[in-house]
Design a protein around this ligand. Structure first.
Ligand SMILES: Nc1ncnc2c1ncn2[C@@H]1O[C@H](COP(=O)(O)OP(=O)(O)O)[C@@H](O)[C@H]1O
Ligand SMILES: [Mg+2]
Length: 361
């Protein structure tokens, strides 16, 4: 693209609400997207991600709330005056135009001359590694190439904000993995404020500076990938991101008790009335002898599953609750793994003993 990078813009959303009859597609959403950041909206199908992106793009007018790009209120601005590029899940390419026609379309809309258009289209195609594809028909392209064309079209006019709605969901896994890295590099190269939508937690963890977890039209938590994984705000987030098992936690005076064990933790428990202990399977250790300052649970192995690179061990506590342990398989560890029926000692460090609110919002 041009040498001069347009300055990125922060986005400020305040109290955005959008209802469709009884459905609260967006329920009082406030969100700050930092200038130049790659922020992902992550949530299950129907949680309101697309609606939020459409509000940002200007295709959907919310019932209430305000939206600023930089200092400017844009809620009343139509999409083409918003300085926003957008790619959609289904590419939305024009089938009757060739690649150059598709990519150049936003420039044509903006009255850019034919000569300058040709030059900028070629540059955008280079950026997405499709140099020389201008004359191709859209129906002559693979899925991955169509997605690149859609991407070129969304960046050709050098918008300061880029919105992407599940852009990789139609691609097979290998291509998707590669495109995730490419999109990340493209973002580093262009530097525009980017809001990305996916329902795939691994994709979100791979690509994002920060992730907003969305459920029922609300933002459950906004944090870095690592914070979300290590310190989820509630059970919904913990369940949605990564694998975990949960044990109910009771209070006994100052103490927190789960599975009959008084917990040692490194962070205070939330104020919530109901608490749960979140345990990530890969953070639980099979212990022998010295247990140090770990929280120790004694359990009986109920199932051992071989998964190639790792094993899963299901173990039952005396009170009947079940924990899942995942470990890497190296020859020596697998040979010495306990069989079903064996008694095991499971250790979890205080830092990995995470007590969270047992609620969905
Ligand atoms: N145009 C519409 N008319 C009626 N209901 C809609 C419309 N758009 C979205 N919804 C509803 O709003 C909720 C959020 O939808 P959406 O934003 O598309 O979710 P997501 O992109 O997270 O899957 C869903 O319950 C959906 O059915
Ligand atoms: Mg959607």
């Amino acid at each position: 693209m041009s040498d001069r990078k347009p300055e990125a813009l922060p986005i400020t959303l305040r109290n955005i609400t959008k209802t469709y009859g009884e459905i609260h597609a967006l329920d009082d959403v406030s969100l700050d997207v930092r200038s130049g950041e790659f922020l992902t909206l992550l949530g299950p199908s129907g949680s309101g991600k697309t609606t939020l992106l459409m509000v940002l793009a200007g295709f959907t007018r919310p019932d209430r709330g305000s939206l600023k790009f930089g200092e400017h209120e844009v809620i009343r601005k139509p999409p083409h005056l918003r300085d926003v590029g957008m790619t959609f899940q289904n590419y939305a390419l024009f089938p009757h135009m060739n690649v150059a026609g598709n990519v150049g379309y936003p420039l044509k809309l903006r009255g850019v001359s034919r000569a300058e258009r040709a030059e900028r289209v070629e540059r955008a195609l280079e950026t997405v590694q499709l140099a020389g594809f201008g004359a191709r028909g859209v129906d002559q392209l693979s899925g991955g190439q169509k997605q690149r064309v859609a991407l070129a079209r969304s960046i050709v006019f050098e918008p300061r904000i880029l919105l992407m709605d599940e852009p990789l969901s139609a691609l097979d896994k290998k291509l998707r993995d590669r495109m995730q890295i490419e999109l990340r590099h493209l973002h580093e190269q262009l530097g525009m404020t980017t809001v990305y939508v996916t329902h795939d937690q691994r994709e979100a963890l791979t690509m994002s500076d920060r992730i907003a977890v969305v459920n029922n039209g609300r933002i459950m938590q906004l944090a870095t990938p690592q914070e979300l994984y290590e310190q989820p705000a509630n059970k919904f987030v913990a369940d949605f991101i990564g694998d975990s098992t949960f044990l109910p936690v009771s209070r006994a005076g100052d103490r927190l008790v789960a599975g009959g064990v008084t917990l040692k933790t490194t962070r205070p428990a939330p104020q919530s009335a109901r608490l749960t202990l979140m345990l990530r399977p890969e953070r639980i250790r099979l212990m022998e002898g010295e247990t140090g300052d770990a929280n120790v649970f004694h359990a009986t192995v109920s199932e051992l599953v071989y998964q190639g690179e790792s094993f899963l061990l299901y173990a039952r506590l005396a009170d009947g609750s079940e924990l899942v342990v995942r470990g890497a398989i190296r020859d020596e560890t697998f040979r010495s793994l306990p069989a079903p029926g064996a008694t095991v000692t499971l250790g979890i460090t205080p830092a990995d003993t995470v007590v969270i609110a047992d609620e969905d919002r």
